[in-house]
Design a binder for this molecule. Structure first.
Ligand SMILES: [Cu+2]
Length: 462
């Protein structure tokens, strides 16, 4: 749910520019909208200016703005927030306007932007507009292009949007700590021509990662590589929204990576093309088909496909440790090791001891293990056929017939047409194809002449 603080004169700004009252316009700083929950908000359609298909932020929202003359004005508040990573676990992070990541900023190429930034953190900050072409002094690098924004202070950034595309925002001040605490957001600039690069559904999410000890709430900010929560928009499976798509829609997925490692994002069921990077739109002639696209560190990729095959298609990071939740990576591998004889003596010392891992770790997916409070199971989640044994960076693209144009509600699990689901063979003699290579028709002898290189008798070389 989105709410508004600091109501000026009691008049709330409604979504979009047209609803701004003149009283609010006269005030110096626009009030800051904020979100109190991680529920996905519906797309925020423009009520003035060029038409565009607004994006949908997984488990997030788009920041409302007001027009002030020909300036589009936004207000970001950097502050400590509480973010539910998935049902059963909350994290104490830093973010913007009530959540981490911050709200998505959506504008149009050519817009003149004024972004107020209020610092409610206990230390100074700035905002860098990643990928944006702007005057040097608006680039947000603390100490280099501007003084830091001290706690309690408000700065303003003003620039015109030269190019459409996909950008990000994040602090450029005590960056290691502030980004490890969740400070980041998406910044989408729509083309001025409503027909250029138009899609029917446009999803955005940021890759981020946290190291939060089981049972605790605050990320360990010094962690460099061994994070235990791999998240999209600060959410881990099964807390990540599904990408609901109407059959036949042209779909874009924009993914930004502000973690410290690359993430090969893999989507089942389709061949797609990367159509946008932080540097702009990729010309048609320079695209190629993919089923996985690696999102480099500090970069974004947008890919597109036409959703012509209904189903529940998995979408996930292909690093298998990134589809796990908080886990001890130092757990020993027991595959093939019989532990049965050990259980009794160990239980005399540790009464709750359970043997596991002898045949793999899939059993963890369905097990209800006792865990500390505020901890997510390592692998979890259920589909219509059983446990998914996933965590972290995993979601589902749900392509369905007959949805409304902007309906993003969960349609439930896919109803497979009869005869289209893999099934168990009960009678192994029934029509089972056998290997017949020895009796294959057309088998014949082929004579091959092999020419071997000979040693040169004079110098010992070929
Ligand atoms: Cu990954």
């Amino acid at each position: 749910m989105i709410s508004r603080r600091n109501l000026i004169g009691g008049s709330a700004i409604l979504a979009g520019a047209a609803a701004v009252s003149s009283r609010v316009q006269a005030a110096g700083i626009p009030e800051a909208a904020f979100a109190t929950s991680p529920a996905m908000q519906p797309p925020l359609f423009p009520s003035s200016g060029p038409d565009y298909q607004p994006v949908v932020t997984l488990n997030g929202w788009t920041l409302p703005w007001r027009m002030n003359g020909d300036w589009k004005e936004f207000h970001l508040v950097a502050e400590p927030v509480e973010r539910e990573i998935a049902p059963g676990m909350k994290a104490h992070l830093w973010g913007y306007n009530g959540q981490s990541p911050g709200p998505t900023i959506e504008c149009v190429e050519g817009d003149k932007l004024r972004i107020f930034v209020t610092n409610k953190l206990p230390e100074h900050t700035t905002i860098h507009w990643h990928g944006m072409l702007l005057p040097n002094g608006m680039d947000g690098v603390g100490g280099l292009t501007q003084p830091h924004i001290k706690p309690g202070k408000t700065f303003v950034y003003e620039f015109a949007l030269k190019k459409s595309g996909t950008f990000m925002y994040h602090p450029h001040a005590d960056e290691m700590v502030q980004m490890a605490m969740g400070m980041m957001g998406f910044f989408v600039v729509h083309p001025r021509d409503p027909k250029f690069m138009r899609v029917d559904r446009d999803f955005v999410f940021l890759l981020n990662s946290y190291d939060i000890d089981p049972g605790s709430y605050v990320p360990k900010v010094m962690t460099m590589a061994d994070f235990n929560l791999w998240t999209w928009n600060s959410r881990a499976f099964p807390g990540i929204d599904h990408l609901v798509v109407r059959k036949g829609d042209r779909v874009r997925v924009r993914v930004g990576n502000l973690t410290m490692t690359n993430h090969p994002i893999h989507m089942h069921g389709y061949h797609f093309e990367v159509s946008c990077t932080d540097g702009g739109w990729v010309p048609q002639s320079a695209r190629w088909p993919e089923v996985t696209t690696d999102i480099p560190v500090g970069a974004m990729r947008a890919y597109e496909f036409v959703a012509d095959e209904p189903g529940d298609w998995a979408i996930h990071c292909h690093k298998s440790h990134h589809t796990m939740n908080a886990m001890g990576h130092e757990v020993k591998t027991f595959i093939g090791a019989e532990q049965r004889d050990l259980v009794k003596p160990i239980r005399r010392l540790v009464p709750d001891y359970m043997q596991m891992g002898s045949a793999g770790m899939a059993e963890m997916g369905s097990m209800e293990m006792p865990m500390p409070d505020n901890t997510l199971p390592m692998m979890t989640g259920f589909g219509q056929f059983g446990p998914l044994e996933m965590g972290g960076m995993f979601s589902v693209v749900k392509v369905r017939d007959g949805l409304d144009r902007n309906d993003y509600k969960d349609p439930g699990w896919f109803k497979h047409p009869a005869g289209t689901v893999a099934y168990e063979v009960s009678d192994l003699t029934r029509d089972a194809p056998s290997r017949k290579s020895d009796t294959a028709p057309g088998k014949r002898t082929i004579e091959v002449t092999v020419v071997k290189p000979r040693m040169n008798s004079h110098n010992g070389q070929h």
